[in-house]
Ligand binder design. Structure first.
Ligand code: PGA
Length: 253
């Protein structure tokens, strides 16, 4: 059975002490609830807080991931963080190709492909984001766009490598807007993504791939979204900054 995953993407938010308070609050909450045994929680804080959040962690509660990684192996790349560095901190996950990185930092599918390869070479599981912008959905091009992102970003991997990939479908029009995809819209795209994987790697690999939904996911809509057969969890932005909401979303399974 594929894993259910609820991952918090803190983006560029919070001071160090606010971040510290948030993880404490999340830990307190998690100690009071029992999550479904198949649910994995992941927290992706900004780089400078990775160690602090990891130190909190008892991995039985949550794992820690980065929000980005360099496409280069190492060396003279001022300001960049390599997959080797993340591996040396024993991180297990890293978000790649978030729409904000694609839009503001010109991250192409080729760059996403390179980053995914680097991460896997360092035993870090990539959470690879895809999703269309509003104009693409309005012109009914969402499937074409997502197919290109998945094909060009991931299908250079062998089936063995691909087994460590997690996908997050995040329609850009739903991110931070309060506008969520309907459960039907999410399911339709998730099933489509799974069919692409099945075509390329076979049904077994497709059935084992966790595909998360992202975009204004909150406690009030998580249950309905996660009830869809091809929705295996969420990548949570805004609501992951509130301990109660983040844990409530994980309880939706
Ligand atoms: P949101 O962000 O939950 O605030 O819409 C999701 C994301 O960007 O990963």
């Amino acid at each position: 059975m594929r894993k259910h995953i609820v991952a918090g993407n803190w983006k560029m938010n919070m001071t160090f002490s606010e971040a510290d308070d948030l993880v404490s609050a999340i830990m307190d909450k998690l100690e009071q609830v029992t999550l479904d045994a198949n649910t994995q929680m992941i927290i992706c804080p900004p780089f400078p807080y990775l160690e602090m959040v990891s130190d909190f962690g008892d991995e039985s509660y949550f794992s820690v991931g980065a929000q980005n990684v360099s496409d280069q192996e190492g060396g003279a790349y001022t300001g960049e963080v390599s997959a080797a560095m993340l591996e040396s901190m024993e991180l297990d996950y890293c978000i790649v190709g978030h729409s904000e990185r694609r839009a503001y930092y010109h991250e192409t599918d080729a760059i996403v492909a390179a980053k995914v390869k680097r991460l896997l070479a360092h035993y870090i599981r990539p959470i690879v984001c895809c999703g269309e912008v509003l104009e693409e959905r309005e012109s009914n091009r969402q499937f074409e766009v997502v197919k290109r992102q998945i094909t060009d970003g991931l299908f250079h991997l062998t089936a063995e490598e691909f087994a460590d990939v997690i996908i997050a479908y995040e329609p850009v029009w739903a991110i931070g807007t309060g506008k969520t995809a309907t459960p039907d819209q999410a399911e339709e795209m998730h099933a489509f993504i799974r069919s692409l994987i099945a075509e390329h790697y076979g049904q077994e690999v497709a059935d084992n791939t966790s595909i998360l939904y992202g975009g204004s996911c909150k406690p009030s809509n998580a249950k309905e979204l996660f009830a869809q057969p091809d929705v295996d969890g969420g990548l949570i932005g805004g609501a992951s900054l509130k301990a109660d909401d983040f844990v409530a979303i994980a309880q939706a399974f």
